[in-house]
Design a protein around this ligand. Structure first.
Ligand code: SF4
Length: 193
């Protein structure tokens, strides 16, 4: 299931408002959290990435957030399977094409620094379409796993973003196996894409 760009935008706005005005502290794995927060901020308390709130005052988290800046897949973290297979992040499909190696057989440092897919993911200049020209790409960059899952391309625009709503609507016309809910979310069978 995937929620619509509009629903995601409204959800992230609520998360920001709860963080700033309520008693809750909300973290999100959505890279769009940073640009949404930036657009809503009323003072200099910018949330520079999707899992950091400056009010938390945690030095390690602050350092992490400033370094990562948006989607961290293959840039700041990887996903490790129980069998030690490595993927760019936990949300990427488990395909041979995306498998980076295995911790039992391969050199971690070499994968991290030399693997072509990771080298590309670390280069935001390669982002395409709206994500490539977006003024927020350094604090967001879109979910690379979602972009790949829909477009078979890690540099494609993230169709989960409100700025890419046109791509989302295009996809709805192309995907053969989906059901749309009353609020615009989709149930999708990606095996048939
Ligand atoms: S267009 Fe891409 S980089 Fe810009 S806010 Fe949307 S997902 Fe992030």
């Amino acid at each position: 299931m995937d929620i619509s760009p509009k629903n995601r935008f409204e959800l992230l706005k609520s998360a920001y408002n709860e963080n700033m005005n309520g008693n809750m502290q909300v973290l999100s794995t959505a890279p769009q959290y940073a640009p949404v927060a930036e657009s809503l901020q009323t003072d200099s308390s910018v949330i520079p990435t999707h899992f950091y709130n400056p009010q938390y005052k945690n030095p390690q988290l602050m350092q992490l957030a400033e370094f990562v800046g948006g989607c961290g897949a293959g840039r700041f973290y990887m996903g490790i399977e129980p069998n030690r297979d490595l993927y760019p992040c936990v949300f990427f499909p488990r395909t041979e094409e995306l498998k980076l190696g295995n911790l039992m057989n391969d050199d971690f440092d070499q994968i991290w620094t030399e693997n072509n897919l990771l080298v590309d993911l670390k280069n935001k200049d390669l982002l395409q379409d709206n994500c490539g020209s977006c003024e927020s790409k350094n604090i967001c960059g879109g979910c690379r796993a979602r972009a790949y899952t829909y477009f078979n391309d890690v540099q494609a625009p993230d169709p989960g973003c409100i700025k890419n709503e046109g791509k989302w609507n295009e996809l709805k016309n192309k995907l053969p196996n989906f059901q749309e809910t009353h609020n615009g979310s989709l149930f999708i069978n990606l095996e048939g894409k």
